[in-house]
Write a protein that binds this ligand. Structure first.
Ligand code: PMP
Length: 353
């Protein structure tokens, strides 16, 4: 840290992304990416013609992509906000909808970026403990004078709330924004998007990083009442109007023309998730009922940190978060059937079963 850094940031604890080691080829099951490449339609679209236009700025409003997303979700173009990954939508939401009067509230075990954004922007936040079985008690979120952030399905637990439960939270918070982070919704969750027409306090956040195989392109979006989108655009046009690069914008448009390709990948990931969960249970693991593209698991035979370490030595990367209350657990991204069989084989060797 230099002596020039503002005092505001001197004690900021940054978000720690999953490791991306380059020392060897790993079976990579640690950052919830899709094991499948983008659709061939995306690859076709990113041709020389598109690349040759990199001398030109992208369209700041992203009119074509917003319109296509609006059609996909049965909303209007003014209900769509585009960003550089859903992290940026979340960042802007913390900036736009929280301040010294309105703090933030989110579960104690959830996406690790929420407390980082809150600290970055100097926002007071309340972490609501998950129940012992890691479910969210919706009563904890009723009538809060805070902006609420809920990942649904939640990470790293994979557990999901129903749309009715989300609606109850919305009903009791008419004067606060409720942000529903649906990064993993396409793997078995229920989206809250249809509720935006009735709840002007709802912001749904989604991403191309998981079910649409574009983590490397950085594309996320928010769907909400037009006035909320206007607020987010105020922040965007005051920080970085060109937040989505030209190639990502084109890839995002093309991906929407191949919905069946992605739906079929999701079905396969769900199938492989259930298969892997069953095999892990047979090996004595305890797991949550994940509706995401990862499993959250523990075994009484070995501490989570040790399992992570031993698997890494065998070339299989999983995520160990090491946070209080979940020290025993590991998070395992669902890869291809072949990758999961390699994982299961390695686990059997490590546990000697
Ligand atoms: N929300 C949740 C719950 C996540 O796990 C992630 C991915 N780490 C994100 C948002 C951010 O994803 P991205 O910025 O790649 O869209």
């Amino acid at each position: 840290m230099s002596r020039f850094l503002s005092d505001r940031f001197s004690s900021l604890e940054t978000y720690v992304p999953g490791e991306q080691p380059k020392d060897m080829e790993y079976v990579k099951l640690n950052t919830n990416e899709s094991p499948f490449p983008p659709s061939p339609k995306v690859l076709e679209r990113l041709n020389e013609q598109e690349i040759a236009k990199l001398n030109l700025y992208p369209q700041p409003e992203g009119a074509v992509l917003s319109e296509k997303l609006a059609q996909t979700y049965g909303v209007e173009r003014e209900n769509v906000f585009l960003a550089n990954g859903s992290d940026e939508v979340l960042s802007f939401a913390f900036m736009a909808f929280c301040d010294s009067d309105t703090g933030a509230a989110f579960p104690d075990i959830s996406y690790g970026f929420y407390p980082v954004f809150a600290q970055l922007y100097g926002i007071d936040y309340s972490e609501k403990p998950l129940c012992d079985d890691f479910t969210i008690d919706i009563n904890d979120y009723f009538s809060q004078n805070r902006t609420i952030f809920i990942a649904n399905p939640n990470a790293p637990t994979g557990l999901a709330l129903t749309r009715d439960q989300i609606e109850k939270i919305l009903q009791t918070n008419p004067d606060n924004i409720v942000v529903i982070d649906e990064a993993y919704v396409d793997f078995g969750g229920e989206t809250a998007i249809p509720l935006i027409k009735r709840y002007p306090n709802l912001l749904v956040v989604q991403t191309y990083s998981k079910s649409r195989s574009m983590a490397g392109a950085r594309l996320g979006y928010g769907i909400a009442d037009a006035e909320i989108i206007e607020d987010l655009n105020k922040i965007k046009f005051s920080t970085n109007p060109y937040n989505i690069n030209r190639l990502t914008m084109a890839a995002g448009e093309a991906a929407l023309d191949d919905a069946e390709y992605y739906a079929s990948n999701c079905r396969e990931i769900i199938r492989v998730r259930e298969y892997t969960a069953e095999k892990l249970r047979e090996l004595g693991f305890e797991l949550t009922d994940s509706k995401a593209n990862f499993l959250f698991a523990k075994t009484s035979k070995m501490h989570g940190s040790e399992l992570y370490k031993r698997l890494k030595e065998k070339g299989v990367l999983i995520r160990y978060l090491g946070k209080k209350r979940i020290e025993d657990y590991v998070r395992i991204t669902i890869g291809t059937q072949e990758q999961m069989d390699i994982l299961l084989c390695a686990i059997k060797e490590i546990l000697g079963v």
